[in-house]
Design a protein around this ligand. Structure first.
Ligand code: GLN
Length: 536
């Protein structure tokens, strides 16, 4: 039977980076815990069709879905929290909305009319929201609106929320997330920015139903009362979101603040008696009570930016919890690594990850890091470009083909151990044209990967143009680098593994995208396990 869906919008005010994504994911977790089916969607106001063409300094990591959409990193939080796969329909940008409308205009679908922001753009936004609702699979669609209300770019989205609130009545609720700053000199929390932010919403015709207040200190009754009074909401709709030591605490904090109850009341939904978060609580308990600690280095060129390797860092946490182990993840700028200083920079690490990436900056440092891990028996995980670097290092230093490289960086290399995929030759447009999304990988029995997955065929997500060159396969195998996983359809190498090493695995795909609280990724669990054992 098709479900009658309810729409929850999450908007932000006062400042960016307040954690709308985490609040949305936490709400989804709570509603799931009460037995509802939920999906989360992100609407981004920028004009790029997707974040695939942005570099991580601009927008953090680009997250890839099963169906190969390049999306906002918040979708990673949604999947990690809810364990429900997202898809292309879960991330829509202004660019995509306009592209759809302009395509329709050219096809003649609006013949005779002037195409305008209202109703054509807002209708298209509405269509994207309802597409998920109308699948009949969900009780709730939570739609997070990127940016901050009042931004020029957000106007059509907030206007769409206004229209949907009007059309859907109590099947729709708006959560507004704001900042309640603490003024040291005055010694108190200030509600004025929240009042102004709600005023901005009201100017655009939207009265928030619930206000979530991000704050460094607890909101006392007086503050809650003030926000309720000035912002036309009841006091139990003022929700405190205090800074947490880990994002995994947020669903529990939101449960204590009764965010789910507020949403169910606003949408006139019968409140199920039980809220089951047993597994989540167990995860958080183990996260906070590790038995041991290890130092894992993440070698990449975007390490200055917290969000650039978000999914890898979270997957490491998941793998750590599974091993009752706290991970000190240590960022290492690959550009700084040289043969001379590699020991000084990496010598204290218990495990090394070489990160994905594009282009030549920092690549020689990554290759030095691989060499160091290989020669010193330090557990190693190479992801995408990290795997490609492992192949280059092996070709140069074990097969002794000194000028081996990837064609991405040296087009004329004599030993192109990493080459452009056939299907990529002739591609001119760079947006959305990589090998993207889930592809099968057949694992070789007896390999470390097979040991951790315990499956013959796995599907993992990809985002790359270059591949391992099959001309080198035999030489790799006979020199001790096993081809441990291959895509059966196209015969592409997906996993390489060193034989005589505690744990040296390079993967062409991105295992980090599929790691969730419910199912920590086997490769991260196996890697951390090897790190812990090797250190002992
Ligand atoms: N730049 C490499 C490629 O396109 C690796 C990509 C990645 O690390 N995601 O194949």
């Amino acid at each position: 039977m098709k479900k009658k869906v309810k729409y929850i919008f999450v908007t932000g005010g006062v400042s960016s980076s307040l954690g709308k994504g985490i609040i949305s994911a936490s709400l989804a977790k709570l509603l799931q815990g009460r037995g509802f089916d939920v999906t989360i969607q992100k609407l981004d106001p920028y004009i790029n069709i997707d974040p695939g063409t942005l570099n991580p300094y601009e927008h953090g990591e680009c997250y890839v879905t099963e169906d190969g959409a390049e999306t906002d990193l918040d979708l990673g939080h949604y999947e990690r929290f809810s364990s429900t796969p997202t898809s292309q329909a879960n991330n829509i940008t202004t660019g995509r909305i306009y592209q759809n409308v302009i395509d329709k205009e050219r096809k003649g679908e609006y013949l005779g009319t002037t195409v305008q922001v209202i109703p054509h753009i807002t209708d298209e936004i509405k269509h994207s929201i309802k597409l998920l609702g109308e699948t009949g699979k969900y009780d709730f669609v939570i739609t997070e609106i990127g940016g901050t209300v009042g931004d020029i770019e957000s106007f059509p989205f907030v206007e769409t929320v206004r229209q949907m609130k009007w059309e859907e009545g109590h099947n729709c609720a708006v959560i507004h997330l704001t900042l309640v700053p603490f003024l040291k000199a005055a010694g108190e929390l200030k509600t004025k920015p929240t009042q102004h932010s709600v005023k901005t919403m009201l100017e655009q015709g939207v009265q928030p139903d619930i206000i979530v207040c991000r704050s460094e200190y607890h909101l006392n009754k007086g503050i809650r009362g003030k926000i309720a009074q000035f912002c036309n909401i009841s006091e139990d709709s003022v929700i405190e979101s205090i800074d947490a030591s880990t994002i995994y605490d947020v669903p529990l904090l939101m449960r204590d603040e009764k965010l789910d109850i507020a949403v169910l009341k606003k949408t006139k939904t019968k409140i199920p008696k039980t809220l089951d978060l047993t597994n989540w609580e167990r995860f958080v308990k183990r996260l906070k009570n590790p038995v041991t600690t290890v130092n894992i280095g993440l070698v990449g060129k975007y390490v200055e930016l917290q969000d650039a390797y978000k999914s890898i860092k979270e997957a490491l946490i998941h793998g750590g919890v599974e091993n009752e182990c706290k991970i000190n993840d240590i960022d290492i700028q690959s550009e700084k690594i040289t043969r001379k200083n590699v020991k000084e920079l990496l010598g204290n690490l218990d495990g090394i990850i070489v990160a994905p990436g594009f282009g030549g900056r920092g690549i020689e440092g990554k290759i030095e890091a691989v060499k160091f891990a290989r020669e010193n028996n330090i557990p190693f995980l190479g992801i995408c470009l990290g795997m490609q670097c492992a192949a280059i290092e092996f070709t140069r230093n074990v097969l002794n083909l000194k000028d081996a490289h990837t064609v991405e960086i040296d087009e004329n290399t004599k030993h192109p151990v990493i080459d452009l995929m056939d299907e990529q030759k002739g591609i001119e447009n760079l947006g959305g044209t990589m090998r993207l999304g889930a592809y099968n990988c057949k694992l070789v029995k007896g390999s470390k990967s097979y040991d951790v997955y315990k499956e013959d065929i796995v599907a993992e997500r990809h985002r790359h143009r270059f591949e391992f060159n099959n001309d080198y396969r035999e030489r790799f195998e006979s020199a001790g680098m096993k081809i441990a996983g291959v895509n059966p359809e196209k015969d592409l190498v997906e996993i390489i593994e060193l034989d005589n090493h505690p744990w040296f695995v390079g993967v062409q795909f991105h295992p980090e995208y599929k790691s969730t609280v419910k199912r920590p990724h086997p490769l991260f669990v196996g890697f951390v396990d090897a790190v812990v054992k090797n250190r002992k």
